[in-house]
Design a protein around this ligand. Structure first.
Ligand code: DP6
Length: 378
């Protein structure tokens, strides 16, 4: 490679929405119909890693995604790229301005299986924009980068920040901003359950377009529901009120999937295992006589469960007895919990042998930080 080429390598986290983004008011600009709130997960187990290289020798932009040659002409990829180049072109440093005219080679991979339906576009586009900003040495504020990542995939604008993040639908520019840092709620844990899935579902972009065109329930949600929920869950997060946080999270996931059913033709993202997980969580909370665990589901059957550290061994043991069919250190990845003998009361939650193996594995994480540069000199 020529001596003028430059590279940078960064990683970015995934985020899980507890108040969902579903529906756009502007498809091209990716402006959402409502605000959403998400939690950024740690990058110990799941992240996107991207290396961006620029060189005056390159004749075209190129992208390799998970070892497969992608199309450097993709509209969303080019939208992100041209926005970053615009910023670089307006830099006060002549060398950055020069580099903004060079073509770029992107190599990006997720260290989690995208085939399992885990959100990859959020960490992917956040990582792309962050890495390019590092490469061009842009002095942009993180919120400016958030607006750029949004042009790749809406939910990506939230992955530019760690902790608890709100994406504003009517801010100018349309960006996400943190509500609280990753360290704010150290006891909070997240268990991602990867559910077996054979059917191919409709992607988020197409699904939300269809909902926005056909669902009256989505209209009702945007007009009458989300605003209060955003304020309420923000308070619950700031007060670390798990019971309140959990109830709003579950209700919002349920409403999102109700909208999917109200969409015409309907969208089915959850499957019978997802429903079994929902039932298990409600029965577990009932037996524990308090809300100890919350679930949320995106556009697929995988469950994301939230709970506090004090509950993790007890709940993980129950969850494993219902769904686990592999040794426990294979079933739990990330921060593997200690298991306990499920106590008598919770044993009653373990009826159906048929559910064993329906969850392939789980990833246990905590709230994490935003993207970071992992260059040796970075
Ligand atoms: C269900 O960000 O993937 O995960 O903006 O069209 O790329 P596009 O959609 P995307 O949608 C994510 C939808 C969701 C809810 C959420 O993350 O808020």
């Amino acid at each position: 490679m020529d001596c003028k080429s430059r590279s940078s390598t960064c990683i970015a986290p995934i985020n899980i929405a507890v108040i969902k983004y579903w529906g756009k008011s502007d498809e091209e600009q990716i402006i959402p119909l409502n605000d959403s709130i998400s939690i950024t997960l740690d990058t110990d187990y799941m992240f996107t890693k991207t290396t961006a290289t620029i060189s005056p020798e390159f004749t075209q932009d190129s992208i390799v995604l998970n070892n497969e040659q992608g199309s450097g002409d993709g509209v969303r990829f080019q939208n992100c790229l041209s926005e970053v180049r615009k910023l670089a072109a307006s830099s006060k440093h002549a060398s950055t301005v020069e580099k903004s005219t060079w073509k770029v080679a992107i190599v990006s991979e997720n260290n989690f299986p995208t085939k399992a339906g885990l959100a990859s576009s959020a960490s992917g586009y956040a990582c792309l924009v962050f890495t390019l900003a590092q490469l061009y040495e842009l002095e942009s504020h993180q919120s400016e980068l958030s607006a750029l990542a949004r042009r790749g995939s809406g939910s990506a604008c939230r992955s530019l920040f760690g902790g608890f993040v709100r994406w504003f639908h009517d801010s100018q520019p349309c960006i996400a901003r943190p509500i609280a840092e990753a360290e704010h709620w150290p006891e909070l844990r997240c268990l991602v359950a990867v559910v077996s899935n054979t059917s191919k579902s409709v992607g988020s972009t197409e699904g939300m377009r269809r909902s926005a065109e056909t669902s009256k329930l989505l209209e009702h949600r945007v007009k009458n529901v989300v605003r209060d929920r955003i304020e309420d869950i923000k308070m619950a997060i700031l007060e670390k009120n798990f019971v309140k946080f959990a109830e709003i999270t579950m209700r919002d996931s349920n409403q999102f999937h109700a909208i999917c059913l109200d969409t015409y033709p309907p969208l089915f993202y959850m499957n019978s295992t997802s429903q079994a997980i929902i039932q298990l969580v409600h029965r577990y909370n009932q037996i524990r006589q308090s809300v100890k665990v919350a679930y949320t589901f995106d556009a697929g059957p995988n469950a994301v469960l939230f709970l506090e550290q004090a509950e993790i061994s007890r709940f993980a043991s129950v969850f494993y007895s219902v769904f686990g069919s592999t040794p426990h250190d294979q079933f739990f990845r990330g921060k593997v919990p200690d298991l306990v003998d499920p106590t008598e009361d919770v044993t009653s939650l373990v009826p159906e042998k048929a559910l064993k193996g329906q969850v392939q594995y789980t990833i246990v994480c905590h709230v994490g930080q935003g993207p970071k540069n992992i260059d040796p000199t970075g």
